[in-house]
Design a binder for this molecule. Sequence first.
Ligand code: ZN
Length: 322
Amino acid sequence: MAKKNFRIGLDIGGTKILAGAVNAAGRLVASAKARTVIDEGERYFFNTVTELVRHVMDEAEISAGDIAGIGAGCPGVINADDNIVVHSPNIPFLDGYPLGRRLEKEFGVKAAVENDVNMGLYGEYCFGAAKGRRYVAGFFLGTGIGGALILDGKLYRGFSGAAGEFGHICLECNGPACGCGNRGCLEALVARLAVSGEAAVLAARGKAPALLAKAGTDLRAMKSGVLAKAVQADAEVRELVKFKARQLGLAMGTVVNIIDPEMIVLGGGMIEALGDVILPEAVKGMKAHALSVLAKNVQVVPAKLGDLATVMSAARMAEDRK
Ligand SMILES: [Zn+2]
């Protein structure tokens, strides 16, 4: 009989799907990726997923009998008990989709489906920046802002499976409109699009010559890497990013006051590119707004795991949930 020494991890995103095979030692032995095609619907999507899984199995020279489980990280609200995607704003045909059951039927193994941000923090907890910690909050900054919680050594999902929506903490009740329909959320003020928007205004006013030369005034061209270069050359862009980091710190302080964590992990594309500037200012903002008795115990660290974090973490969760 096969030993079931391998696990498969899936990172399902709005633009791409990554798959990986992880061996008993926790090492990634094969990986593959494909584009997420939104227009072709659910059947095409699931075919892509199964082809990717078969591809990594071939590459790792294993069969379904060698697999102990399949884990999948997915954006949106996930019912982790039933492995169902409840609501997925970026991949609409996945609303109500029984992804876990489909994977279990297809490959004859146990599946574990989890929100991708939860999966990311779980990876940091299992083998990244938060290894060995029991009370951790994660903020992940990119185009939007996602959050997740580890409480008493366990991923905390909440009643609806959507706990840790730190991106929608309201910082300015009359502030800019947020994608969620409210105003002044952390995400509307501090996510990459918000920072790029204000940086574009600086460029248009002639206050950010290096940024203007690189990206014009097109905020879509102002990706995190472009902002990181501008921060070095344009003092006003640097001040803008520092101000945004202190606003992030305000939201972090709120979370600290509620859950009393020992660590906050900051991750995502903005932190990878601008972490050196953001982290110290975010700590200042957090300390200014949280109760000092709590804030003094909080270590703020950048996430350690890169691109394949969700795949590795999903594979690990497949093992932990069985
Ligand atoms: Zn919001």
